[in-house]
Design a protein around this ligand. Structure first.
Ligand code: UD1
Ligand code: CA
Length: 434
């Protein structure tokens, strides 16, 4: 598509129906925020400009989006709508930083996280030279939504909010989903002429449709194929519904890519997780956004991989293992009851049952570095910062004090752990690791 694209994301609403104090658009959703998920979908369209319209708890929402999406878009701008006076008022605010923009303006909602780039691309393509294209749907229950008005020829001529409908209009089953693609040049004057002449005394974005039609425009509509895509979140119940759909999409993608998720109904994987083929994910596992898992790995049952954890090919984390910002080298194994926080584990190292990297001293977090082929005996506590050299070993129950540097090949043991001797390596004894 040759026309430049700008996206305006409306997120100024109060969100009072969630009954929680945090801004609705920051509610968590599979490792994203609600609004972050909505923006992640449009990122695939590579928009030239993205404008997020805020007001309620603006600073907090903006700070979160800047943290999470600084690298996602070439240009991410925030505007304060002021006291929200309707969707037309919000888009007018969103157009301010787009004063000189020429091209497609796609409007999305910050509380509709399941919309896909594919549907928005279709909506854009459909617009052609018309002033606007709009997404419509036939939901089972249209209560509260704007109704799509059509003339005798079936042409789209307006949108009537439920509160302004005649009884006949209220019977219309086709509704407005709130997603549009506009021609920026035609949108500007239409927004300028909006008037709050309606039951709610708001500036309705939807009124631009009748304005365009009066000017002789014929406006195309696209019927949403998947009603989930237009599901908004107004309550925590709707958040749970949307989360289930998003979780299913994520699991399906990994299954399709050759990740053996033994029981998808008992596996929780966030968005933005990479998993290589032939990796097996056993039930009860929770994998957070940003984790990268290689090929032929094993995870779980009941493993918790938090953000920033990386597993190289063939690494394994098993029962009741938690990892946070941990890097496991190829073939490294931590199979039972272990915490690996801020730790680097070398290739083919073996982390015994019950090992703890004590990374937090009450003030700061510290790193633990474990070398290739090291063998950490069961029940070892490694008080960070600590280093264990390649081929080194700790005996079961060792407590390694902070600042310890265990040399390559050494065997340490005790409380606190001390050097005993150089370790006899399994290969020197001609034994195979089992
Ligand atoms: C709007 C549409 C309606 C459509 C429905 C689909 C209008 C007038 N009506 O309904 O036809 O069926 O969406 O969900 O456009 N927002 C702001 N600032 C405002 C008002 C709203 O940022 O001043 C944001 C909200 O945070 C929300 C979105 O815009 O994300 C939609 O607002 P909401 O009040 O839920 O929609 P309605 O106006 O009821
Ligand atoms: Ca409203």
């Amino acid at each position: 598509m040759s026309r430049p694209l700008a996206v305006i994301c409306l997120a100024a609403g109060m969100g009072t129906r969630t009954k929680v104090t945090m801004p609705k658009v920051l509610l968590p959703l599979c490792g994203h925020t609600l609004v972050g998920a909505a923006l992640a979908a449009v990122a695939e369209l590579e928009p030239e400009r993205v404008v997020v319209v805020l007001h309620n708890q603006r600073e907090r929402v903006q700070a979160t989006l800047e943290r999470d999406h600084a690298d996602t878009f070439d240009s991410l701008t925030f505007v304060d709508q002021g006291a929200p006076q309707g969707t037309g008022h919000a888009v007018r605010a969103g157009m301010e930083p787009l004063r000189d923009f020429d091209g497609d303006v796609v409007v999305i909602y910050g509380d509709c996280p399941l919309m896909t780039a594919g549907t928005l691309a279709d909506l854009r393509a459909l617009r052609g030279d018309a002033a606007c294209s709009a997404l419509t749907a036939f939901p089972e229950d249209p209560t509260g939504l704007g109704r799509i008005l059509r003339d005798d020829a079936g042409d789209f001529v307006g949108i009537r909010e439920q509160k302004d409908c005649t009884p006949e209009e209220a019977d219309i089953e086709e509704v407005n989903c709130g997603f549009y693609c506009f021609d920026a040049a035609k949108l500007r004057p239409a927004l300028a002429s909006l008037k709050p002449n309606n039951a709610q005394g708001e500036y309705y974005l939807t009124d631009v449709v009748a304005d365009f039609v009066e000017q002789g425009e014929t406006l195309p509509t696209l019927e949403a194929e998947d009603l989930a895509e237009v599901q908004g979140v107004n309550s925590l119940v709707e958040l749970a519904i949307v989360r289930a759909v998003m979780q299913e999409r994520i699991l399906l993608e990994h299954l399709t890519n050759g990740v053996l998720i033994v029981d998808p109904a008992a596996t929780w994987i966030d968005a933005d997780v990479e998993i290589g083929r032939d990796t097996v994910i056993l039930p009860g596992s929770v994998i957070g956004a940003g984790c990268k898992i290689g090929e032929g790995c094993e995870v779980g049952p009941f493993a918790h991989l938090r953000g920033g954890t990386v597993m190289a090919d063939g690494a394994a984390v098993g029962n009741y293992v938690e990892a946070k910002k941990a890097h496991l080298g190829p073939g490294a194994k931590a199979k039972h009851l272990t915490y690996l926080g801020d730790a680097a584990v070398g290739a083919d190292a073996n982390i015994g049952c019950g090992t703890i990297t004590a990374n937090y001293d009450g003030v700061n977090k510290h790193r633990t570095v474990i070398g290739d082929r090291a063998f950490i005996g069961s029940g070892t506590v490694l008080c960070a910062p600590a280093t264990v050299g390649a081929d080194a070993m700790t005996a079961a129950g060792s407590i390694v004090k902070p600042g310890t540097d265990i040399q390559a090949g050494a065997l340490w043991l005790g409380v606190p752990a001390r050097y005993l001797k150089q370790r006899e390596l399994p290969s020197e004894k001609g034994e195979q690791d089992t």
